[in-house]
Ligand binder design. Structure first.
Ligand code: LMR
Length: 407
């Protein structure tokens, strides 16, 4: 008779990995049946009623493309999308006129960073270390360490603001030739960006130490309402200083195409001769990971960018989203002032983009969740887009109570 006992499992040494903290917040929110619940967790835009917002420009594009079919995209992605997204980000720059920009459609911002890292390895760039900020988007460390890079962290935040002195000093001591991840705007999670003068000093160190800049550009348009204005740092590094760089774009936030996974990885190089080489490498690493990128979302984004009246509507949509977030910052701040909540909350209105960094403790976060059904990241980050006229007072009251009750 055959033995009923199984041989030792190949999974016997596997250890359970805790779920991603941000996606877990959304899960907890969805499972919460209290009608007062508030979701200020993930960075997803919500309208004034707390609902996901399909941008009017995206609706127009969907009508325009009607039934575009279900064929594979090329491995590098939809050419029209790539060309129009490159034009959006780089038109007017010398690198654009010189054809020094290699591009590849990616699975949103995460996919863009992944392809950037993989291509840097495949290109034998010699880059072994990736420098990120502390704090940063929770996925940066996981992403680059999973690719085998050493990841180091530079201090970024102090007392409600960008710790410029701490950051620049640490950057000066960073190993030459490393890659450095820069948040083009709307720093995630702190909402604190360098000023133009500070960017210039950062760029000088990047140039002097021959660091390779990777611009994580997931929130263009969310600071000022203008895609172009929010991309200032890219133009400064690439055009003004003529540096090589990787610019990683995502249309998840700026077009509300979260689930479509639409992004673009680009490499700006010193020579047009390097463009086909870097595109061949991007094509190779794309094939090795996802084969071909999504077609439908790329078609939507390409139509938004390439149809003048839809592009005009999109510019308006960015203003709608960024203005509503700004007005919620102000309302939250005003409410905390009215409640005389202990502490200085002015950073809420000084920070910009989708996020605010409250600085409250883990125990206060748990208190807010259990008593007020407020769901937020354990880092104390809040997605301001989750606030609206119907819940901002409830949120402020909870914050006030948590700060007064829990040390
Ligand atoms: C966030 O930071 O909340 C978003 O970018 C969602 C994510 O993937 O973490």
């Amino acid at each position: 008779m055959a033995s009923t006992q199984s041989p030792p499992s190949v999974f016997g040494s596997a250890t359970y990995i805790a779920p991603d903290a941000i996606f877990q917040v959304t899960k907890n929110y969805l499972a919460d049946s209290d009608p007062r619940k508030v979701n200020v967790g993930a960075g997803t835009y919500r309208d004034e009623n707390g609902n996901p917002w399909i941008l009017p420009s995206v609706r127009m594009a969907k009508e325009a493309i009607a039934d575009a079919g279900h064929e594979y995209s090329p491995i590098l992605g939809l050419k029209l999308f790539r060309d129009r997204a490159v034009k959006l980000a780089f038109q007017g720059m010398k690198a654009f006129d010189d054809n020094r920009i290699a591009s590849c459609q990616s699975l949103s911002g995460t996919g863009a960073l992944l392809l950037a890292g993989m291509a840097l390895k495949k290109a034998e760039s010699g880059i072994t270390e990736v420098i990120i900020t502390e704090p940063t988007w929770s996925n940066h460390e996981l992403l680059f360490s999973s690719m085998g890079f050493n990841v180091s962290k530079l201090p970024y935040y102090k007392a409600g603001t960008f710790d410029f002195e701490g950051y620049i000093q640490a950057l000066r001591s960073a190993p030459s030739g490393a890659a450095v991840v820069l948040h083009t705007c709307a720093h995630n999670p702190t909402g604190c960006d360098p000023s133009k003068e500070q960017w210039k000093e950062i760029a000088a160190v990047v140039q002097e130490k021959r660091l390779f800049p990777i611009f994580d550009s997931a929130y263009l348009g969310f600071n000022s309402g203008s895609y172009h204005d929010d991309a200032w740092a890219i133009r400064y590094f690439v055009d003004e200083l003529g540096l090589e760089a990787s610019i990683c774009l995502s249309f998840a936030k700026s077009m509300g195409l979260y689930g479509e996974r639409i992004g673009l990885v680009t490499f700006v190089t010193y020579s047009p001769d390097l463009t086909p080489t870097m595109e061949s490498i991007l094509e190779n690493v794309q094939r090795a990971t996802v084969s071909a990128p999504p077609f439908y979302g790329a078609n939507i984004a390409a139509t938004v960018l390439g149809t003048p009246e839809i592009a005009k509507q999109w510019a308006q949509d960015l203003v709608t989203m960024s203005s509503r977030i700004k007005s919620m910052r102000q309302k939250l701040y005003d409410e905390l002032v009215r409640l005389e909540t202990p502490g200085d909350w002015s950073h809420i209105v000084k920070q910009s983009g989708m996020f605010g960094y409250t600085g409250i403790s883990p125990a206060q976060i748990v208190y807010l969740r259990d008593k007020y059904h407020v769901h937020m990241a354990t880092t104390s980050r809040i997605s301001i887009a989750g606030l609206n006229d119907s819940n901002v007072e409830h949120f402020a009251k909870g914050l006030d109570d948590a700060v007064r009750t829990i040390e």
